[in-house]
Design a protein around this ligand. Structure first.
Ligand code: NAD
Length: 487
């Protein structure tokens, strides 16, 4: 059986305890993972703090940091197939997507490699004749990064990339549900030539997460996960008063008007809810469709949903693989049962697939007669779409915004003026118009409300890992005048 190791202060170790990792495609144990103890977490944070103040890292120029990130990007690109294989094995995410996504992860590091020496301070036109005042942008310190199991390499790249570009150091806690790709990533990182302790990779559950995020030496917590865990993170941060950025779940509306290109809209909806087996924070999980085309749209969608190739995640032909955990399958079943009791109609799917592993089929629930169904308000994190219809633009906006989440949204229409009105009216961090599930290192990503706060990706994300220092330098040689008056 494969044994993975944690990475603390530049050294690899088995950890004092281990736990089993399951293969979601079979439900069987396939590897042993190191479970970070309280002592391991403390050592990781202390290692990161030592590295933060070490001349090797603190004294390195931003350009040199960028070069190391660039080298890391090359190594990720070289090792992408192996990382993809591990992510697929440990989380069940299909190889078709992990291969493409991990190759793109290298571009995220490249983007932040280029940004490292473009993080500038400022000179202020101060209102005093004998002063020079300028702002330095300095790294905030040790960053605790906590990620869920889905797309870990991607979700950690948007934290590690900007944090290291800014000069911070990082302790990353990989999810206990499938940490293999992050522990392997640590080995690749180690080859890039960063000073020891700049990145530390550990894994473990809520216990390790709580010690890490409340640690007095942590300055910022970058978290991706569910809203309930986020509440714990914010409470933990009351201990160290660390700043937080929270990328949480969603219940994103996918709005289709009768004038939309239906072929395109149907495909985008398939991608929005069934890709990644629906285990995507930006899943377009509420279809808000104009009543005049609802039957046709649903018929087309049902046909596509039933034609999806369900199979082993390591098969390139597979389109929908297993869910990552049994817990998620149970959550989906429970939510569907409740929603049906509340009046939702199952259009297709709805029951687990009878085979080993945590499989669940593409499912569509028509909630047109069940506007209060739980499936319209709760995140499944699985391939389950809930459908409601509307008559007017105003109704579409009201339904789309009837959520406590605010992460993503999709809009399908050929009408330019309507598109602009809708873009303004939709309350979400991302609006995709006539497309869905597109991302780039250049574009900020994030939401509000139960979807969290802060943005990942883009220039601002690197600035968010810095703090501003105001520097005052007196240019006069005259003695300081009246010491009892503020200058
Ligand atoms: P989760 O919230 O259960 O766990 C996320 C991470 O938090 C894990 O590493 C876990 O060990 C850790 N954790 C758990 N309890 C903790 C505690 N008390 N203190 C510190 N850390 C703790 O999430 P999950 O079920 O693994 O992932 C699914 C969730 O993640 C969904 O809600 C999904 O929408 C969200 N997500 C969001 C994005 C985004 O970018 N917005 C991306 C992917 C997933």
């Amino acid at each position: 059986m494969q044994q993975f190791q944690q990475y603390i202060g530049g050294a690899f170790s088995d950890g004092s305890a281990q736990f089993d990792s399951l293969d979601p495609a079979t439900g069987a144990v396939w590897a042993k993972m190191p479970e970070a103890s309280e002592d391991d977490v403390n050592q990781a944070v202390e290692g990161a703090e030592r590295a933060f103040f070490s001349p090797d890292w603190a004294g390195m120029t931003a350009t040199a940091r960028g070069k190391l990130l660039s080298r890391l990007a090359d190594l990720i690109a070289e090792n992408a197939p192996r990382l993809a294989e591990l992510e697929t094995r440990d989380t069940g995410k299909i190889i078709r997507e992990t291969s493409a996504q991990i190759a793109y992860v290298a571009d995220y590091y490249r983007y932040y490699a280029g940004l490292a020496d473009k993080i500038e301070g400022a000179h202020l036109p101060i209102d005093k004749p004998d002063m020079e005042v300028w702002l330095r942008r300095e790294p905030i310190g040790v960053v605790a990064a906590v990620v869920p199991w889905n797309s870990q390499l991607f979700l950690s790249a948007v934290k590690i990339g900007p944090a290291l570009a800014a000069g911070c150091t990082v302790v990353l806690k990989a999810s206990e549900e499938g940490p293999a790709p992050m522990l392997e990533f640590a080995r690749i990182f180690d080859q890039a030539g960063f000073p020891p302790g700049v990145l530390n990779v550990i894994t473990g559950g809520p216990g390790a997460g709580a010690v890490l995020t409340s640690h007095p030496k942590v300055a910022h917590v970058a978290f991706t996960g569910g809203p309930e865990t986020a509440r714990h993170i914010v409470r933990n941060s009351a201990e160290n008063l660390a700043s937080t950025s929270l990328e949480l779940g969603g219940k994103s509306p996918f709005i289709v008007f009768e004038d939309a290109d239906l072929d395109s809209a149907v495909n985008a909806q398939v991608s929005g809810i069934f890709a990644a087996t629906g285990q995507s924070c930006v899943a377009g999980s509420r279809l808000v469709v104009q009543a005049s085309i609802k039957d046709e749209f649903l018929a087309r969608l049902k046909q596509k949903a039933e034609a999806v190739v369900i199979g082993a995640p390591d098969d390139m032909a597979t389109e929908v693989g297993p869910l990552c955990t049994l817990r998620q399958r149970d959550t989906a079943m429970d939510l569907i049962r409740r929603s049906v009791e509340q009046g939702a109609r199952v259009v297709t799917g709805g029951h687990p697939i009878d085979r080993a592993g945590f499989y669940f089929p593409p499912t569509i629930l028509d909630c047109s007669d069940a506007p209060d169904a739980d499936s319209l308000t709760h995140e499944f994190f699985g391939p389950v779409l809930s459908v409601v219809s509307f008559e007017t633009e105003a109704e579409a906006i009201a339904i789309a915004n009837n959520t406590r989440f605010g992460l993503a949204s999709g809009l399908f229409t050929q009408n330019l003026t309507r598109a602009h009105r809708m873009i303004r009216a939709i309350r979400a961090g991302i609006v995709w118009v006539n497309t869905y599930r597109a991302v780039s290192p250049i574009a900020p990503f994030g939401g509000h409300g139960l979807s969290g706060h802060g943005r990942e990706g883009g220039l601002q994300a690197a600035l968010d890992y810095t703090r501003v220092k105001s520097v005052w330098l007196r240019t006069s040689d005259d003695p300081i005048p009246d010491p009892f008056v503020m200058r």
